[in-house]
Design a protein around this ligand. Structure first.
Ligand code: PLP
Length: 378
């Protein structure tokens, strides 16, 4: 089915990428479990071998591209595979501008490139538009997250993406935290969007997958070539699970973001809390920008309990309903003290606990968090 651009995102999530309506035909695209396709003679555009293409990928790619407002979608084995493919070639001497706080493996990947090849990585505070624009001078690539992981800094996406475009700097926006329902960076001027499909898009903490979205046909071909040459391909069963999750993205995100705003508001009032970060809070540094450029404030909350890192560890130990784990975007609420990971940026506070708020009942979530905070400080 071709996608009607006038449909609302909720309708797109449910209806895009469906098979043609033939009498007796399936409503869902079948999961295609085959490593190769019948082929003789000189192959044309048809599927040939499953490292190069698979019908189940195509269904997912079409649906996600429709949601992100992109002409092309490419599914890959993980969010990191998507980021590596989107970063692509960096000739010797290239300069890459990245957030000082971002997904730590993204920063690690770029640092690794810098250490091995002649590449310079400039880390910037993405909330400081002047600093981002200044850093773009002579750069080849701008990699962005907004809100950032885990500090929730919000970049002025239209301004910095326009500045990149004017200077001929390629831009890649990791839209994992916002989801396409929260913001569409391609419409704001990005060349490429990447997702960790592992998080909100699949939504059930049961797959690891990634995707690249773009309106640039040549860039999409390069990413597909990267996928084939590096073999960073998705399994059809994982893609099936991700598509199943994508069908309810709007419902999950609606509940999770509402829960997150309520939890952030209540944390603010709690005596065992020193600081809360969530763009929904009116005095949060990212609030005005997020209100202007996002349709929701996301479902990740940062909290610094009183008692420093020990207080943060005690909080994580004391929850019963929340899951102590890394990752985010699943139906189940999770929390983690980020700096327990040696690779997390040293400017992230030692006592920052990242909450991924799920879709449970908000009163149950709050009751568990409140008892854990009370126990952590007593
Ligand atoms: C998890 C995450 C990634 C990496 O995705 P994987 O699917 O785990 O490889 C990239 N960016 C952000 C913002 C993430 O949260």
């Amino acid at each position: 089915m071709t996608h009607d651009p006038h449909l609302a995102p909720a309708t797109v999530a449910v209806t895009a990428g469906r098979p043609a309506r033939t009498q007796g035909g399936p409503v869902n695209a079948p999961v295609s479990l085959t490593s190769t396709y019948v082929s003789r003679g000189v192959p044309g555009d048809e599927l040939l071998y499953a490292r190069g293409g698979n019908e189940t990928w195509q269904t997912f790619e079409e649906t996600l591209a429709a949601l992100e407002g992109a002409a092309h979608g490419v599914v890959l084995a993980s969010g990191m595979a998507a980021i590596a493919a989107a970063v692509g070639d960096l000739p010797p001497g290239s300069v890459v501008v990245v957030p000082r706080h971002a997904y730590q493996v993204t920063l690690g990947y770029l640092d690794d490139r810098a250490a091995r090849y002649d590449v310079e990585v400039r880390r910037v505070d993405v909330a400081d538009t002047d600093a981002v624009v200044a850093a773009l001078d002579g750069a080849a690539l701008l990699v962005l997250e907004s809100p950032t992981n885990p500090m929730l800094e919000v970049a002025d996406l239209p301004a910095v993406l326009a500045a990149a475009r004017e200077r001929g700097v390629r831009s890649v926006v990791d839209n994992t935290f916002a989801t396409p329902l929260g913001q569409q960076p391609l419409a704001l001027g990005a060349d490429v969007v990447v997702h960790s499909v592992t998080k909100y898009l699949s939504g059930h903490s049961d797959v690891v997958l990634g995707a690249v979205l773009t309106n640039d046909a040549q860039r999409a071909d390069e990413v597909r070539a990267y996928r084939t040459l590096h073999g960073a391909i998705a399994g059809p069963m994982e893609v099936f699970l991700a598509l199943r999750g994508l069908r309810t993205l709007h419902l999950r995100v609606e509940r999770a973001t509402a829960n997150a705003a309520e939890i952030a508001h209540r944390l603010r009032e709690h005596p065992a809390v020193a600081e809360v970060r969530h763009p929904s809070l009116p005095d949060d540094p990212g609030h005005a920008r997020a209100s202007a450029q996002m349709a929701h404030f996301g479902a990740v909350v940062g909290v610094r309990p009183v008692g420093g890192p020990a207080g943060a560890d005690a909080l994580v130990d004391a929850v019963r309903l929340w899951v102590p784990a890394t990752s985010l975007g699943g139906v189940e609420s999770m929390l983690e003290r980020r700096r327990r990971l040696a690779t997390e940026s040293p400017t992230v506070p030692e006592d920052l606990v990242r909450l991924s708020v799920g879709v449970e009942d908000v009163e149950d979530l709050w009751a568990d968090l409140a008892q854990a905070l009370d126990r952590a400080v007593s």
